[in-house]
Design a protein. Sequence first.
Length: 318
Amino acid sequence: MGTGVYFTVEALLYIILLIIIFFNKRRLKSEENEIYSSLIFITFLELILELTLDLVGPMYKEIPFVSMFVAKFYCLFLTFWNCYICTYISIINLKMKNKANLVKKAKSILLGIAIVLGLGSIVLPLKFHYETNVAYTYGPSVMCSYISGTIYIVISTILLLINYKKIKDKRFIPIIVLVTFGTLCTAIQSSNPNLLLTTPLHTFITFMMYFTIENPDLQMVDELIKNKQLVESAFEDKSVYLFKMTQQVREPVDKINHLVKEYKEIDNEEDKQLIRLFDRGLSYEEICKEMNRNYSGITHRLSRLKKNLKINLKILKK
């Protein structure tokens, strides 16, 4: 077992811990969480394949098919890990630029690149190199993984530069770490091929993303929703109460307005009657008789109006 395998074993323990924490906790249904869930799954399989390759790789002469199968699929998962981290950064960048409508198109393009290069890793030849202290794979199949890593890092870097004003956003930290430490790990592995650093780095970045991804506590969200519903219910009850009160007040007010209008009509009617009497050329005595005759009817109407007005005023006071 090479020195680098210890890093892989430690990384596997971390990814198992992350799986337990992340998938046992309720989370938002968002594109970022879907991508991150897939990224965790890919990282776990990547670690399993690397450990398996460390066991079956030295036996590539005895069991060539098994060794080749594990090595090629390991390269395949390296490609898809690069694809998914780049897709994650693309989604964040496009949403920040208010271009969420381009997310599906971006995902299709990035996935298409991964499928082409992944098929290259499966179809193209791969070779093993095992000596006493040095063990690694090489060939066109492995080169597809390197090409995918380069393409996706370049795309992610361009996206960072486009959105440089918000580069301090914590969600961009994983790709910054990948660009920085990925270059360092590549330099170390080129001089020490026996060190397995790529997959542990992927695990570290995946684990770190858990603390940068926007995934609030859904229990707290549920409490906020319940409180909002209670407030809305109380507001609705209050609105209904005010509406009923308004209706109760409006009815007597309308009656009072009607009574006032009727009172004015009676007053106008008295004036008109008096004018008609003068127009008829009656004497003062005759006018007084006519007025006394009509007064009893008008007085009755006025008393009725006063009575109704008092009733409606009492209703308003209540």
